[in-house]
Design a protein around this ligand. Sequence first.
Ligand SMILES: Nc1ncnc2c1ncn2[C@@H]1O[C@H](COP(=O)(O)OP(=O)(O)OP(=O)(O)O)[C@@H](O)[C@H]1O
Length: 657
Amino acid sequence: MPQPPLTPWSDEEAPPADEPWDEPPYDPGHAAEEDIPDGLFATDHAAEAERDAWHRNGAARTVVDPAQLLEGMNDPQREAVLHHGSPLLIVAGAGSGKTRVLTHRIAYLLAARGVQPGEILAITFTNKAAGEMRERVEALVGPRAKAMWVSTFHSACVRILRREAKLLNMSSSFSIYDSADSQRLMALVCRDLDLDPKQFPPKSFTAKVSNLKNELIDEETYADRAANPMEKKLAEAYFLYQRRLREANALDFDDIIMTTVNLLQAFPDVAEHYRRRFRHILVDEYQDTNHAQYTLVRELSGGSAGHAPRKTVDGDFVDPAEARLAQIAPAELCVVGDADQSIYAFRGATIRNILAFEEDYPNATTILLEQNYRSTQTILTAANSVIERNTNRRKKNLWTAGDQGEQVVGYVADDEHGEAQFIADEIDRLTDAGHARPGDVAIFYRTNAQSRVFEEVFIRVGLPYKVVGGVRFYERKEVKDVLAYLRVLSNPEDTVPLRRILNVPKRGIGERAEAMIDALSARERISFAQALKRVDEAYGMAARSANAVKKFNELLAGLRQVVESGAGPAAVLEAVLEETGYLAELQSSTDPQDETRVENLQELASVALEYEKDPGSGRRATRARRSARWRTSWSGWRWSRTPTRSPTTRTARASSR
Ligand SMILES: Nc1ncnc2c1ncn2[C@@H]1O[C@H](COP(=O)(O)OP(=O)(O)OP(=O)(O)O)[C@@H](O)[C@H]1O
């Protein structure tokens, strides 16, 4: 079977952008057999109700007592489960039982209101959350839960798109590009358009196209509005990128939502089909929806303000196909969210969707869940007093019927090392007293780079630790890349780091050129480093690659001068970051992960500075002052766009610090 050109993902596996890409690669054979049961879209629910009381094997189905579902619920929770008819917004504080409300509401719809499982669409943000919700619903209603769609936005849309692919002139086994695939495709597109990667970085184009799709702006609309040369180039790239996707029978991650919205808007009979099918739509984490997802929910449910099909002055439908659609009552929509917990603004999520729900759905009911079941009152009061400063916030006050609890301890240390030491001492105290094991303790920090100080103190005092959802500081790619430069500067013959940095950041020394250097080193029995210097003797090396290698040799020679001039580790590191273009590349990127990478390098630089200024012990006293001064100097350097200085000037500046 021919393989698709890049590595796509199968529909159900397609993870949302915030989940690690560790799921199995796409298997076209599997996708072709995707299990959409024949009867899934049948609307003969009366017949289903008859069968519903029994399993195929004759066993009685789980019978749910509606009254039991309401037991132990507080008043607003019960109200949210019972609510009938108009759109419902559940504003649920942390730990206030929103998952419980959602799952019990679904079970109640089946048990007390005669709703069929197939009429329910429950949307969550991550595959993990969907799995958990499905499990909790199944625990309440039994195997009937299988006929419901409890899925992420992406999985639900992929299912719809595979079914309707023909209408879109696509094959139903279309591929899905993950973000790495999208970046590779955009890089190819930019190359074909002869765009200078410095001026028009493909990565930033990928991010911009993604944002446009989240705003439902397709390539044609964008081309019409592109005004300046930058926007025009982006429009060209967007156009070609979409064409390439179509040619490959592929969609990228953001296309999935946008294409489904387009499908529902362009084909009223398709919209009608899903409107008739999904009579109950429940959306979790509504505060994290972006514009495309918001519109999707509106198209599937109908009923938001200004969403009625357009009519002519004579009262006829502008699109006659919409007449039938207009007759379908809106689905019951129930969204749950908490603007105070919004975390995805960087990828287009807009809490406007939750704040303006009542405007968008004028007959909406809002229920506040404020009773928290997880924390003590002291913790809630502390949390409330932090979040009440947020602007444009709907007032909400978390409280608990539980204990007041112990006082929260606030400790102000001199610096980050003092903080880490205090925490290590606390863990020691708790474990010595038998109150906790190290694994019972969680440490939160604001940015990834901050794990480094904790890791160092834990290693020193021998406390076992695990960095959750991240990579240990010294194993992060950017840290390893930069350390590889330092290793090569300290040992020019060290082949492994040398090969690691040969084309990092990209400088036109491809795999082929590397293989030729390797062959030269084998032929002449010289080291890889020496072979690099004798690049002209490598067989078959293209002139462009040879020049790139020579430039790399010059770069290393320049950096070596910095080392030989007696500069300390911080100055050498600064030289590496600047001269190689590594930092500039990260800074010009619009990928939020690259911002984190810059922070990690900043952290690495502060380690180097600490070492340079104070390699011995007893250094803590001066740390705060030093780190404050370093921050100032870093921020000036980090954002300055001044032309690269020669190594000599830079050394002079570094040693004058
Ligand atoms: N009415 C209730 N009585 C007792 N316990 C409750 C009640 N409602 C919820 N809880 C408990 O509160 C905890 C939080 O519930 P749940 O996981 O449903 O909350 P959540 O709002 O989804 O949490 P979060 O979104 O903060 O993760 C659970 O342990 C749940 O059993």
